[in-house]
Structure formats: structure tokens, C-alpha cells
Design a protein around this ligand. Sequence first.
Ligand SMILES: Cc1ncc(COP(=O)(O)O)c(C=O)c1O
Length: 398
Amino acid sequence: MSDTRDLCPRPTHLPRQPQAGSRPAIELAVVYPAASPAEADARLGGLEPGYVYQRDAHPNADDLARRCGELHQAERTAITSCGMSALALATLALLRTGDHVIVSSLMYGKNIALLTSEAERLGIRSTVVDTTDLAATAGALEPGTRLLVCETISNPLMRVANLPELASLATKQGAALLVDNTFASPIVCRPLEWGADLVMESMTKIMNGHSDAMLGMLAGSAKHWERIHRTLTTWGLAAAPFDCWLVDRGLGTLHLRVVTASRTAETLARRLADCHSISAVHYPGLPSHPDHELANGLFAKESSRALFGHMLAFELRGGLGAAERLISRLQHIHFCPSLGELATTLSHPASTSHRGLTPAARKALGIGDGLIRLSVGLESPEFLENELFSALRTLDAE
Ligand SMILES: Cc1ncc(COP(=O)(O)O)c(C=O)c1O
């Protein structure tokens, strides 16, 4: 019998370089053998194709980056472990102590926290401003401003960023415009085409669409890439192969999912606007929305009609009590504080994404205690209307 110390689980086949199959394989190997130090050096330096170490690069992230790059028409794309690490990547790569960043007040709360209180610990200064107010945004620019960050469609009131104007303000100041495109997806909007330097997405949401993987993406012009690549690999922000594989599979149906959910969201928004127990509906596809014309110009057209996305919000006249009653009376639409799933879900911003703000601060942003945010999925409009309106009618009757 051989010495048991020699029976370690050494693979009989060393991890191979990937081969083309009808579906990409999940390449879990952490390390790839090289024939010589020169070969490893050439691969790590990007002079030869091939992989060395998973944190630096791996086939599943590269496959996904290629597809995301095509969707956004980006020169370069990086895949990260989640949406927050995509923003961390941009922040760490582009900013240094003493720099100034302009942060849209309309963004996801954790995006704001990363760019203000967290970045401040690194000596990065920030100004939070309502980026739909272009004069206020211009007034917030300083000689040291290096980055302006906003969301294409804001959370939860679905305000739309004037990307060409914001890009021109940033450029005049020598700053980069970074746009979080999570709510829109590249099917609805491609911020790079409107002058943004960088676009990021939480691919945990509609890009994957199945709510079973966390991933982020940062894409943009090649001029930032040396820094971005170094930061990605050094700070260890890379994504795992299985998550990349899952999201890559999700992308296959992205177009169908976004178009279907956007059209259903539009139908629901129109119907909800007529409902007695609702005081306001926030959806850029409604002519009453303050950014309707802007969105109509910026967003992609499908059969000659713009797509306005799968997210909408509505304010219940009855405040928190009405929100609680609505949530408890819905059978099929679950209260899940995320978005972009196959099934329609809802969230209550005052108790989830915006719970860190005082009621007065929420009110100043237009977020009432009765605000419900809906992530529209792939069910038929009739099914969703029936589900929502049977619960809403009980509120109307109260
Ligand atoms: C607009 C937006 N950006 C970024 C993120 C962060 O993404 P992740 O949860 O993948 O880190 C979220 C998460 O909800 C989000 O809604």
C-alpha cells in the first residue's frame, strides 16, 4: 500500500484552459498551472491569453464581462462580487484623499453611505445634492471634484437623471460621471451613450432576474482601466465563478424579461393612478411624471415606444396603516425588500431602504409612510391587476 501522505486529493486532470462548449462550463479552479515562469508572467501581464489565479481573472467572469460590455457598448467591463463592491471599486480606483465627490440625494441609501460616511474615513469629501436640480448640481462642483454619481432611475420615486446635462457639467470640471443603472438595465438605458464615463449595476437584481446570485458590474472607457483593474485584483473585489455563470444564464432572457415587465408596469401604473386610495403614482412612463419627456428621449424604444422599466411606486392615502393592511391582504405579491425577480414583489421604503432617515427627512424627499414600491415581474397584467385591486378595493371601502 502506498504511503497515505501521498494520497492527497491531487486532481488527476490539472485544471485546463477552458474549451468552447454549447454552454460555458463553471470553471471553479482557483489556480491554473503554467508551463514556465515566463508563461505565468506573460498571462498575469496580459501579454498572453490564459489564467493564473481566480482573484485576478477567471473564464466565467470574462464571459460575463464580454456580454455586459456588448450590452453597454463599453470599452472595458469589470465583474465584482455585488453591486456595492462595484461602487467600492470605482471609488477606490478613481478617488484619493482630498478629492471631492458629488453624490445624488436620490440614490439607494447604502450608495450614499459608501460615498459619504465611509469615503470620509479615507479623507474623501462629499456633497449630497438633488441631481435633478441641475443648477444646484453645478453649484456643488468644486475644483477638486473628481466624481459625480447618480442613478438613471432613482429609488423609490423613479426620478430620471438628465444624463447628457450631468455628463457635460462633470466634463467641464474634469470629473467623471458614474451612473448606477440598476433600475433601468441596459435594455432600458445605456448611460455610456449619453456621455457617462462609467456605468455600474447591481446584477443581483434584474440582470440576473432569478434572485439566486449576488454580483456587480462596472463598465466604461479604457482610460480608467489600469487603475480599476489594479484595484479590483488588489482589494479582492472579484466575483465567484458560479455566480457569474448564473448571471450569464440570466442574461439570455434579459431582453424578454425587461420588455415584458416594463409593459406590465406601464399598464399597472395607469390603472393605479385612477385608484381612490392612492394619492400619487411614481412611474416615468406616466405623462404626469416630472421626467416623462426626458425619459421618453433617453430610454430605448421597443416597437417605436419607449420602455420605462419594471419599477414603480405609489403612495397610499391612509399612510402606514394602509400600507400594513395592503401588505397583509396580498396573497401572491410578497413583501421582499429587493427587486428584479421573476415574480412581482413589493417593498416599503420607510421601513426598509430609507429607515435610517428621520420621518421629516423622508417627507422632504417625498417618501411618505404609505409609499409602496413595486418590482413588476412576469405574471400577466390581468393576474396582477386582480391581486392588487382586490386588496386596494378593501382599502377604498374603509
Ligand atoms: C440601485 C442599487 N444600487 C446598488 C445596490 C447594491 O447592490 P447589491 O445588493 O448587489 O450589493 C442596490 C441594492 O439594492 C440598489 O438597489
